[in-house]
Design a protein around this ligand. Structure first.
Ligand code: UDP
Length: 325
């Protein structure tokens, strides 16, 4: 039985990856320091014989006994609200955490896939973003702690690949949504859905002309799964190229939820990218992958998930008070 270590296992992406690898018959070790993760996301896996959980912070030495075949490094705060609240941890997990896991991969002769992000493109001047684009990132802006940590992660990973011949994979993840997102992490999908369910107006930042492209979690997991087993060591975009403005997106959520709410406007946070859409030509060619789930279908599933939460969970609001800074 193959063994895989998944860091950030109690998070949104990490927990769905744990599910997938358990289903595929792997022995899964989930690791998380639970700063932003939630054990509820993986509680259903605890009774399984081939799932283990290590409560550990990967920015300190990572020990895993015995053999290890694969590592997925998905530990990191990943929403603007989180990495503004915990900027140092964000920098450490992308840098020191990645270093420790690359070291572990080398020791165990394991293949490692690291989770990078469309944020490496910053506020992009090339549209849609292809993997060759170097990006337009402010190292000292509010998003710099995340963007630069991930850029360093990519650089370190390629160095281990080139210098040590380590088997590495780098996925650049674009906006992803699905069940288990935190209602209060400030990201736009849970923010709008929470507002609709609480009967509040939907807060669009800026004039809402900024664009994003949202990928459903099952499509994302499939893309990551295929990338891990491909022979492609360069960074690869995974995301849904269907682009929307945030204003249109708010209207789509209002229509979906059948609520009476209006859209209200708030100041645009600093360095909020004006446009984002993945060029997935490479993923199509190399992995034979493309997203299958339509936004209307995916959003319906997520809305039903949020509707199933308790009133207490729903009352947790986002605290995005940096918006005007
Ligand atoms: N956004 C918004 N209202 C909210 C939360 C987010 O208009 O209540 C906007 C945000 O300014 C950004 C977009 O939605 O332009 C996506 O934000 P998110 O935090 O989900 O992801 P990211 O900016 O990292 O793509």
């Amino acid at each position: 039985m193959k063994k895989i270590l998944i860091t950030g296992a109690a998070g949104f992406l990490g927990s769905h990856l744990c599910d997938r690898f358990v289903e595929e018959g792997y022995h899964v070790i989930g690791m998380d320091n639970l700063i932003t993760g939630d054990l509820k996301n993986i509680a259903h896996l605890f009774p399984l014989e081939h799932f283990e959980f290590y409560h550990h912070d990967v920015t300190t030495f990572v020990h895993v006994p015995g053999n290890l075949d694969y590592i997925l490094h998905f530990a990191s705060p990943a929403s603007p609200i989180d990495y503004l609240k915990i900027p140092i941890q964000t920098l450490k997990v992308g840098s020191l955490g990645t270093l420790n896991l690359l070291g572990l991969a080398k020791e165990k002769k394991a293949r490692i896939l690291v989770a990078s992000t469309s944020e490496v493109y910053g506020d992009p001047l090339v549209h849609p973003q292809n993997e060759e684009y170097y990006g337009n990132v402010s190292p000292v802006g509010p998003r710099g702690v995340y963007d630069e940590a991930k850029r360093f992660m990519e650089s370190l990973t390629m160095a281990y690949h080139r210098f040590h011949g380590l088997e590495t994979r780098i996925v650049r993840i674009f906006n992803t949504y699905g069940p288990r997102m935190r209602l209060n992490d400030g990201r736009v999908v849970p923010a709008f859905m929470g507002q609709a369910l609480r009967g509040e107006d939907l807060t669009v930042f800026g004039d809402g002309s900024q664009t994003r492209s949202f990928c459903y979690i099952d499509d994302m997991v499939e893309g990551i799964y295929r990338l891990l087993f491909s022979e492609y060591p360069e960074p690869l975009n995974i995301g849904n190229p269907k682009e929307t403005t945030i204003k249109e997106f708010a209207e789509e959520i209002i229509a979906l939820t059948g609520t009476e709410q209006k859209v209200i406007y708030k100041p645009l946070p600093k360095d909020d990218p004006t446009q984002r859409k993945p060029d997935i030509t490479k993923a199509r060619e190399i992995l034979g992958w493309e997203p299958k789930v339509d936004r209307s279908e995916g959003l319906k599933i997520v809305y039903d998930y949020f509707k199933s939460l308790t009133p207490e969970e729903l009352q947790k609001k986002e605290h995005r008070d940096f918006s005007s800074k």
